[in-house]
Design a protein around this ligand. Sequence first.
Ligand code: FAD
Length: 308
Amino acid sequence: MSKHQWYKDLQRKIKHGVLRIDEPLCKYTMTKLGGSADILVIPTTIDETEATVRYAYEHDIPLLLLGNGSNMVVRDGGVRGIVLHLSKLNQIKIEGTSVHAEGGANIFDVSRLSGAKSLTGFEFACGIPGSVGGAMAMNAGAYGGEIKDIIVQVTVLTKEGKRIVLSKDELELGYRQSIITKKGYYVLSADFNLQIGSQEEINAKMADLTYQRESKQPLEFPSAGSVFKRPPGYYAGKLIQDSGLQGKGFGGAEVSVKHAGFIVNKNNATATDYIQTIEMVKSEVKKNFGVDLELEVKIVGEEKETND
Ligand code: FAD
C-alpha cells in the first residue's frame, strides 16, 4: 500500500485532527532539522489516536510517536510510515494533591500549574521542554528530581491499540529509560501525586532552577538538550569540554561553547551535520578518556538518498 492510500484511509478516521502527507518534521522538533514524515497525524481525541494506532498495526505500517521533539533527531531522509503527534491531547486537571495530564501536555505547564496551586514535587521539571508522554518515556529529570519520584500511574495504548493502565512499579523507570520505549507503548495520560507546600518556597525554587538553566544552557539555539547520558563516574559535558571540542562540529552543527553536553544547530545544520558531530564527539572522548558515551537523544528515520 502506498502512503497516498494510507492518507485516504486515515481521512475517514481523522475527522477533527490534523492529517498531512510528506510533512517536514523540522517544524515539530527542537533541533529544527531533518526530513519529512510520510504521514503526520495530530489527533484531537483519544478515539482518533486509537484509530490511528489500530490502523497502523492492522496494516503493518511503522508508527513513531513524536512528543515535543526535544530529545529526538530526525535523519534527513525523514520517517517512513506514520508519525503520531499528541500536541492537541493536552488537558491538565488538578484535584487536591492529584494531577492528571494528557500525553501531549507540556511537562513544564504541568509543573508550573501544580506549583501555582501550592503543590510541591514537580518544580524540577519547570524548564524541561518535553511533553508528558516524552517525559514518561525518558523518565525525565533535572536538579535532583525525576518523574519516578511523583508518578502514580500511566495510561498507555499498546502497539495493537489496546488501552492499559501501568502502575509506577510496572513502568520500570530507570535513568532516562522506561518500559514505554522498551515495549513501544504510546502514553495517553499520566497521574501524579504531589505534596502541599509553601507557595513562597515553590516560587523561589522554580526561579532558582530557571536561572540555573538560562545561565548554563544554550537556549538561544535549537538543540536536543543533553545529547549523551551521564556515564557512570563521569559527566559527559566535562569529558567533552576537556577534549577541547567546544565550538567544533560539522556544517551548521556545533558543540555548544556554553554547555559542552549540548550540540546546537547554529546555522541551518542538516541532520547529517548533527549526527557527524555526535560521532566526532564520541570518538574523541573514547580516544582521550576511554569512555563510551551512550546517546540520550533518539535518532530516528532514514538517511537521505543521494544520486551517486
Ligand atoms: P520526544 O523528543 O518527542 O521523544 C523522545 C522519546 O519519547 C521518543 O522515543 C518518543 O517516541 C518517546 N515519546 C514521546 N512522546 C511519547 C508518548 N506520548 N508515548 C510514548 N512515547 C513517547 N531532559 C531531562 O530529562 N532533563 C532536562 O533537564 C532536560 N533539559 C532539556 C533542555 C533542552 C533545551 C532540551 C531541548 C531538552 C532537554 N531535555 C531534558 C530533553 C527532553 O526535554 C526530555 O527527554 C523530554 O522528556 C522529551 O520529551 P518529548 O516530548 O520532547 O519527547
